[in-house]
Design a protein around this ligand. Sequence first.
Ligand code: SAH
Ligand code: SF4
Length: 484
Amino acid sequence: MKEILEKENKDSLSAIEKQEEYAYKVRCILEQAEKLRGKKLSVCVITFGCQQNEADSEKLVGQAVYMGYDKTSDLDDADLIIYNTCAVREHAELRALSRTGSLKHLKKKNPRLIIGLWGCMVTQDHRMNDIKTRYPYVDFVAGTNMLHRLPEILYDVLSSHKRRYYVTNEPADTVEGIPVVRENDIKAYVSIMYGCNNFCTYCVVPYVRGRERSRSKNAIIDEVRQLVYDGYRDITLLGQNVNSYRDPEYENGNYGFPELLNEICSIDGDFKIRFMTSHPKDASDKLIDLMAHNSKLARHFHLPLQSGSSDILRKMNRKYSAEEYLQLALKIKEKVPGIALTTDIIVGFPGETEKDFECTLDMVRAVRFDSIFAFIYSPRVGTPASKMDDPISHEEKTERMARLLELQTEISAEINKNYVGKTITALCESHFPAEEDFYTARTSENKIVFFKKLNNNSDLYGKTIKIEITRSTPARLYGEYSGK
Ligand code: SAH
Ligand code: SF4
């Protein structure tokens, strides 16, 4: 066993060493290009989709900066543009494609500009074909399993002056040591696992991100410890289903997510841990107990429901019934008083009847989520649901969506109203006012507070402060900070 692990570690190390060699070659090419351009070259990475993509983009920027690029958010100024794409719903794909279309004129202005499309959308054959035929000015395309190989890809493009396609079906490794440039200096994402094995029938993620694989707990804990040391105050652990985390190096595989959380929470320092996403079928009592007793765990649980109808849940392959979900949600609320529950809901799954939809509304009333993310079902190529009969019109689905949002807005308004008159603690997230005189802060329950400073001009960014809540809306709390 030990020998195999050591070999795996060596392979992983050599994967990064190989990339360092490519990075050096790219740096030499860039030095020549800088002379021609008369300034340092810059990289702009634009992210579509989820937090996992945001975390991946930080690694793309990290590798580009390691190769000698400056980071920019200005597309007009960039010499390397990468769109990190999403495939979860059609809308995200169409947005990425239309924005790719508008890069054509930049290429005319700066013929040396390199354009890359990365991630989930391009990992699908039909999209790859679109790009090959309709977007000739895209220089490279790379799938999610190429994350650590940007130096190699860029070297290939820069030295061959040809379009390159790095999309394969090979299973991805969990490579450690990829350079990262983080977007924020108090909030950070830490991926603890990649991919998904659940195959919910509507979802493209298992196809574009591959099978589930966990990072070693030692690598994760080292990363979190370093973040805490560097002053990060709010850390979100990421995975498609964090509850099925298993330390690959632990014999018998019995070091799971609660064990990982426990060990992370024992790191000294003033920080909060969040996690996303937790599949209801695997949310254990051990995890709930930990949430109840460990003050480093944020009092927020995102527990995707998808539908309140057991029939639809079965067709979705979610592996829990509506009753089981309700019991779990109520248990979490009872064991962790004051916890904020949020969820994802899909409206208009193929064959969803009015009765099924009403079950979803009933569930929303029974659980009283703090907020929801609701999506109209979007058929995804290659998924089982895309082949199911779907007699419900788009108009009907839009109308259901409006009814769901109206109900949730009422509930969120009522929940947030309960905060008015109370003093809460929250982490200040802005150096400067975000809107008029209002600064922003985030509570442990993941609520955004817009607050005014009374008689106080010090920079509160990164500090946990007490705010008196004076009013609320369904999506926000408003308050005042008096320095007390
Ligand atoms: N792994 C996470 C979800 C990742 S996708 C989980 O299981 O909760 C984020 C959300 O997008 C899902 O929870 C679902 O509500 C929504 N979603 C996924 N596929 C979709 C589709 N084909 N149409 C509409 N919404 C979808
Ligand atoms: Fe998609 Fe289901 Fe996996 Fe979430 S658990 S990523 S919804 S297949």
